[in-house]
Design a protein around this ligand. Structure first.
Ligand SMILES: [Ca+2]
Ligand SMILES: [Ca+2]
Length: 369
């Protein structure tokens, strides 16, 4: 059912801080309560021509405008073809292509633990990093940056990309989301957004507001965060739960111990299918900021015919599938562990590297047992 037409509702003021004075004129005239606003955020592909429930609150001459691919405002540099439909939001400049700051906001809505925001974006600039695009979470006057996508701003970016992030709230919270962007004054400079979707966690439904989706795959029990730690988000992929650290930088022993505190173990890559699942997931989650993650792979201290094994639950299993970097492993000695490398530029893909277990500065992935 499309709930967008419930927009007729209701009351509740959108709060404005003084510095938002300039933006007042752009606040939508229909104001709604946070519970109803949540449903409006389910999905917007902009094909209706309306930006609701998102609204432009840009302080400069650049504004978010719904554009049709068949009638681009800047004909010399049209966006890449949308994967579906023809409309999207574009940071649209005046006839002189004056640069400026652009803001796209939601009304206040009720976010629930496990909520995820996913969207497509295209950002391009004459000079690398010339344009910026960030997704911001605002609770009252406190703002947190959820995603920074400015690194995709290059002259050669001709792709719609997908980004996705959890909304890190430990309990139901009224908040707003905003895209902050700056668009330069060169002809090549462009920013566009499409298909913004708010997905609730599978485990959480709001009575009377959300329809429960039925699913044929059996999903593992997977909380949105590792032990409630909002810095370690988790996802159900295939039939396992995986949690990714983002700022721990522990050595292998510490990483192994960390996962075990949540009744998990470090990642074991038993099949190519599992490996691709992890890599594909990592690719569309730019908030996962590391290229190197410890796995449970380790060279044993004792035993006959020693070889690398997955050090999870004893008896440890030898590798049956491998994806070593060319020339690796360089060491077959106790004291070496295995990290999973995924290339930020997506050029060299992903592979495994043997590395001193007592090295720091690596992140890691925990896997359900
Ligand atoms: Ca669209
Ligand atoms: Ca596994």
């Amino acid at each position: 059912m499309n709930f967008r037409f419930l927009f007729v509702l209701v009351t509740v003021a959108v709060s404005l801080s003084k510095q938002d004075e300039q933006e007042k004129m752009f606040i939508p005239s229909l104001e709604i309560d946070p519970q109803s606003a949540r449903i409006l955020l389910n999905s917007n592909d902009f094909e209706s021509g309306s930006a609701d429930p998102w609204y432009d609150s840009s302080p400069s001459t650049v504004h978010w405008v719904v554009e049709d691919f068949t009638m681009p405002s800047e004909v010399n540099y049209p966006p890449p073809i949308p994967s579906s439909g023809t409309k999207y939001l574009r940071a649209t400049r005046d006839a002189q292509l004056s640069p400026g700051f652009v803001i796209l906001r939601t009304v206040e809505f009720m976010a629930l633990p496990g909520d995820r925001i996913t969207f497509k974006f295209w950002i391009r600039s004459k000079y690398t990093f010339g344009n910026t695009l960030e997704l911001i979470l605002a609770i009252g006057d406190t703002e947190t940056t959820l995603l920074t996508l400015s690194s995709y701003s290059t002259s050669v970016n001709l792709e719609w990309r997908q980004a996705s992030t959890l909304i890190p709230v430990p309990e139901p919270t009224v908040l707003t989301l905003a895209f902050y962007a700056s668009c330069g004054g060169n002809a090549e400079d462009a920013i566009a957004i499409d298909d913004i979707v708010l997905e609730p966690s599978d485990e959480i439904t709001t009575t009377g507001l959300t329809t429960v989706t039925s699913t044929t795959t059996v999903k593992p029990n997977c909380a949105p965060y590792f032990q409630g730690n909002t810095k370690v988000p988790c996802w159900a992929l295939g039939n396992k739960c995986y949690c990714f650290t983002n700022s721990n930088s522990d050595n292998w022993e510490q990483a192994d111990a960390f996962c075990r505190t949540g009744n998990m173990t470090l990642l074991s890559v038993e099949t190519e299918e599992e490996e691709k699942l992890i890599y594909n997931h990592w690719q569309v989650h730019p908030e996962l900021k590391s290229e190197k993650y410890w796995t449970s792979g380790k060279f044993p201290q004792k035993g006959y015919n020693r070889t690398y094994e997955w050090a999870t639950i004893e008896p440890f299993q030898r590798f049956t599938y491998t994806n070593w970097q060319s020339g690796k492993p360089g060491h077959s000695d106790f004291g070496y562990c295995v990290y999973f490398f995924m290339d930020f530029d997506f050029e060299s893909g992903f592979y495994w590297v043997d590395y001193l277990c007592n090295s720091f500065y690596l992140e890691y992935i925990c896997e359900s047992v």
